[in-house]
Design a protein around this ligand. Structure first.
Ligand code: HEC
Ligand code: HEC
Ligand code: HEC
Length: 351
C-alpha cells in the first residue's frame, strides 16, 4: 500500500489528538483499589526488570563480604524500608498492602537479582511504584552496604535481625518488643569495634557533633543513613543529643592492631605533613589543645571510618560544618596509600 500525505497527517496529528481526547475524557481509571489486569501487571514488571538489567550493565560491585557493612544498613532497613517490605520481626504497616503495586516481601526475590541490579534499584528507586530512591546520589558506598544487607536478608531469623539492626529487643514475655530504633542502635559503644564504619560519638566535641547534625539535616553533609535517622528531629533535640554524646566517657579500646610501618608513615604525615605535595600536618588542626572546637578530634574513630571519610573528601563530596572547605583543601592532595597510612595512625592513637 502506498502511504500518502493524508495518512501521514492522520498519523502525526490524529493519533496524539485521540490519545489526548481519551486522557481528557476521564475514562482511564487511576484507582488502585481494583488492581491491574494480570497482563498489565506482568508487562509493567517485565519492563522494570529489563530496565534494571540494562542500567546495571555499566555497574561493577565492589567486594561486599565485610561484616561491618551490615549493622548500619540493617538499622537503615528498619527505619527506611521495613514499613513497606516487612522484616523478620514485623509485617509492613497496615496501609501498604493496598498500594499498587504492593511492595513485595523481599526475602524470596533477592536471589533473582544480581548485586549490581539490586544496587540500581536501591539507588534510583522505581518510578510510578512508590519505591523511593536513596536520599542522596553521592553516596554509592551506602547503597552497596544496603546491597550486602539485602543479600543476607533471606537467611536472617528474628534474633539475628535484632542483633544486626541494633533494635536489641530480645522479646521477653510480657514486655513491649516494639521500641523504635534509636541513635544508640547504631552508635552505642558496645556495638562499635575497630572495624566499624559507624563513627564513635562518645566524648567528641559538642560543637562538632551539633554542627554535624545540622549539616546532615540541611543536606550540607550527604548521608542517606543519617538523613533518615534524624528524620524530623528539631534543632533543640540536636543540641541535647550533642551534649549527651559529648559528655559520655569513651571506653578504652582493646583490639587495635596495625602494621608499624604504616602507622609510622601516617605519623610522619600527621606531624609534619609533606610540603612537596602541599599536604599540611594534620596535627596542626586535629587533636590540638585550644584549637577551634569544630575541628573534630579523630581519636577513637576506627580505621575504616577514617578512610571512608577521607575518600569522600578526596572525591569532593564530603560537606559538613562551615569549616569543611579547609579539609577538602587538605584532602585533595592525598594519595590512596597516604589515606591508608594516616587512617592507621589516627585509629591507634588514644587521645
Ligand atoms: C513506600 C514504600 C517503599 C519503601 C519505603 C521501600 N520500598 Fe522497595 N519497593 C516498593 C515497591 C512498591 C516495589 C515494587 C516495584 C515494582 O514492582 O516494580 C519495591 C521494590 C523493591 C525491590 C525490588 C523487588 C522486586 O523483585 O520487585 C527491592 C530490592 C527493594 N524495593 C528494596 C528496598 C529497600 C532496600 C528499601 C529501603 C532503603 C525500600 N525498598 C524501601 C516500595 C517501597
Ligand atoms: C542506622 C544507623 C544510624 C542511626 C540510627 C544513627 N546514626 Fe549517626 N551515623 C551513622 C553512620 C553510618 C554515620 C556516618 C555517616 C557519614 O558517612 O557521614 C553516622 C554519623 C553520625 C555523626 C557524625 C559523626 C562524625 O564523626 O562526623 C553524628 C554526629 C551522628 N551520626 C549522630 C547521630 C544521632 C544523634 C543519632 C540519633 C538521632 C544517629 N546518629 C542515628 C549511623 C547511624
Ligand atoms: C586546616 C585544618 C585541618 C587540617 C590541616 C586537617 N584537617 Fe581534617 N578536618 C578539618 C575540619 C575543619 C574538619 C571537619 C569538617 C566538617 O565536618 O565540617 C576535618 C575533618 C576530618 C575528618 C572527618 C572526621 C569525622 O569525624 O568525620 C578526618 C578523618 C580528617 N579531617 C582527617 C585529617 C587528616 C588525616 C589530615 C592530615 C592529612 C587532616 N585532617 C588535616 C580541618 C583540618
Amino acid at each position: 500500500m502506498k502511504i500518502g500525505w493524508r495518512q501521514v497527517l492522520i498519523g502525526v496529528f490524529g493519533v496524539p489528538a485521540l490519545a489526548l481526547l481519551v486522557g481528557w475524557s476521564g475514562l482511564i481509571g487511576v484507582g488502585a483499589s481494583s488492581g491491574h489486569w494480570a497482563v498489565t501487571d506482568w508487562f509493567l514488571h517485565w519492563v522494570m526488570r529489563n530496565s534494571v538489567r540494562t542500567a546495571a550493565l555499566s555497574v561493577t560491585a565492589p567486594p561486599l563480604d565485610d561484616p561491618a557493612l551490615l549493622p548500619p544498613a540493617a538499622g537503615h532497613y528498619e527505619i527506611g524500608c521495613a514499613m513497606c517490605h516487612g522484616s523478620p520481626v514485623r509485617d509492613p504497616v497496615a496501609v501498604v498492602p493496598h498500594m499498587l503495586p504492593a511492595p513485595p516481601d523481599l526475602a524470596p526475590v533477592i536471589s533473582t537479582w544480581t548485586d549490581e541490579q539490586l544496587f540500581q534499584i536501591v539507588r534510583h528507586g522505581v518510578r510510578f511504584t512508590g519505591m523511593p530512591a536513596w536520599p542522596t546520589q553521592v553516596r554509592p558506598d551506602e547503597v552497596w552496604a544496603m546491597v550486602a544487607f539485602l543479600r543476607a536478608l533471606p537467611n536472617l531469623d528474628a534474633a539475628r535481625y535484632y542483633e544486626l539492626s541494633g533494635l536489641y529487643q530480645p522479646p521477653m514475655e510480657g514486655e513491649v518488643d516494639d521500641l523504635p530504633l534509636t541513635c544508640e542502635s547504631c552508635h552505642s559503644q558496645r556495638r562499635l569495634t575497630s572495624h566499624s564504619i559507624v563513627p564513635s560519638l562518645a566524648g567528641r566535641s559538642e560543637a562538632y557533633l551539633l554542627e554535624s547534625l545540622k549539616a546532615y539535616a540541611n543536606g550540607q553533609r550527604a548521608s542517606g543513613i543519617m538523613q533518615v535517622a534524624i528524620g524530623s528531629l528539631t534543632e533543640d533535640t540536636f543540641a541535647e543529643l550533642a551534649r549527651y554524646y559529648a559528655s559520655q566517657q569513651r571506653s578504652q579500646r582493646t583490639e587495635v592492631s596495625a602494621e608499624t610501618e604504616l602507622v609510622d608513615r601516617g605519623r610522619s604525615i600527621a606531624e609534619n605533613g609533606r610540603a612537596k605535595d602541599k599536604i599540611p600536618a594534620c596535627l596542626s588542626c586535629h587533636e590540638k589543645p585550644g584549637a577551634n572546637p569544630v575541628y573534630p578530634k579523630l581519636a577513637g574513630l576506627s580505621q575504616p571510618y577514617i578512610e571512608r571519610q577521607l575518600k569522600l573528601f578526596v572525591e569532593g563530596v564530603r560537606g559538613g560544618t562551615s569549616y569543611s572547605h579547609l579539609m577538602l583543601e587538605v584532602a585533595k592532595n592525598l594519595e590512596e596509600d597516604d589515606i591508608a597510612a594516616v587512617a592507621a595512625y589516627f585509629a591507634q592513637r588514644d587521645n
